[in-house]
Design a protein around this ligand. Structure first.
Ligand code: ATP
Ligand code: MG
Length: 341
């Protein structure tokens, strides 16, 4: 049996250095800026870098580097990109035996236009869009934990996956996509009682609850009531994270990065690092209620360390920490303020 199976998207990622692209101000983007790309003309790229990404691939690399028996499950295409992704996962000692291959659609592909650690992602879902329950041999995927993060149309698998995990007493960590939050909000809300860890960023938490995050207390109250006995983590980029286990609220900043290179994969590194921390404490579905303050502090530490290291590297998996790196002096101490609810 696996320790953790990551289920979701797997992509081929191409990073383009877009630091020479002209910028225009645009109040509708998160950074309030946009690239101005001349239609009908050429722009030179000074540097390109190819790697792997996708929530399932990223998370599975964390689990494997943290010395857990990890499998990655997501649909790829019958193409060179798919072969390369499998080769890289194998190199990471991630089990790829149960990876379905599409005969019709190519492997998901993302182009990331990079500028000063910020990026625009052009994402093509490809094979990961037709990933469905028919592609899974569920019995083979039994594990202590599942890390579920479904992109595009594969969100249809969400309900049956949660039902199976409940039946088999598999602890489930969920990081829903923006698409899933918009299309299947009620389905996610109803599933929270069967989830052991829900990881969201602030915008996603507001979207899921329908409450603006400026009313943070209400957001947590609503989610806590539905998630019990699970754990809830709401991230806020470089500002850090707020976690609730229903009894206590934990607030932490981040380990300061040496240099912000590329924030792609921060969310996955955090979520998977958190699960790796809970695994260390031997927390499973059955004993989730026994997760102590020390256990949660350790999960926050490991998650934050992993995310900081990832944003210091280009690509979503390059900076993922090994067990030894995660326990190095640099990442030993993170101040967490704990408050009883
Ligand atoms: N610049 C940073 N420096 C240090 N830590 C960071 C930085 N950005 C993110 N983190 C860590 O990663 C966690 C998750 O980041 P964030 O809130 O950006 O997730 P996200 O919005 O889900 O990102 P993603 O785009 O990867 O899905 C944060 O709570 C923090 O601990
Ligand atoms: Mg995210």
């Amino acid at each position: 049996m696996f320790d953790v199976v990551s289920i979701g998207s797997i992509t081929r990622d191409a990073f383009f250095d877009a630091s020479s692209f002209p910028l225009v101000s645009d109040p509708n983007t998160p950074s309030r800026e946009g690239f101005l790309l001349p239609l009908g003309d050429k722009l030179d790229i000074a540097d390109v870098y190819f790697t792997i990404g996708g929530n399932a691939a990223n998370a599975s690399v964390t689990f494997s580097r943290q010395k857990w028996y990890a499998a990655c499950v997501g649909k790829i295409g019958n193409d060179v990109a798919g072969e390369e992704v499998v080769r890289r996962l194998k190199k990471e000692r991630v089990a790829t035996k149960f990876l379905p291959v599409s005969e019709t659609l190519p492997t998901a592909y993302s182009v990331l236009l990079m500028r000063n650690g910020e990026r625009t992602i052009l994402g093509y879902h490809g094979a990961s869009n037709e990933f469905s329950m028919n592609d899974l041999r569920l019995k083979k995927l039994r594990a202590k934990w599942w890390y579920v993060s479904l992109s595009g149309e594969s969100e249809k698998m969400y309900k049956p996956l949660i039902a199976y995990a409940k039946k088999e007493e598999i602890a489930v960590a969920v990081n829903p996509s923006g698409y899933q939050l918009m299309h299947r909000r009620n389905e996610i809300l109803k599933s929270l009682k069967d989830i052991s860890l829900l990881v969201l960023n602030e915008e996603e938490a507001a979207l899921l609850t329908g409450i603006p995050f400026s009313r943070e207390r209400e957001v947590f109250q609503k989610l806590d009531a539905l998630t019990s006995p699970g754990i809830l983590a709401v991230t806020n980029g470089a500002k850090g994270v707020t976690v609730s286990d229903g009894h206590r609220v934990y607030r932490a900043g981040t380990f300061r990065e040496k240099k912000l290179v590329d924030r792609t994969g921060a969310g996955d590194a955090f979520g998977s690092g958190f699960v790796a921390g809970l695994l260390r404490a031997k927390i499973t579905k059955k004993n989730i209620r026994t997760a102590s303050e020390a256990h949660i502090n350790e999960a926050i530490r490991l998650a934050s360390a992993n995310a900081t290291s990832v944003v210091e590297h280009r690509g979503a998996t390059e900076g993922i920490l090994t067990r030894k790196e995660a326990d190095a002096p640099r990442f030993r101490r993170l101040t967490v303020a704990v408050q009883a609810v």
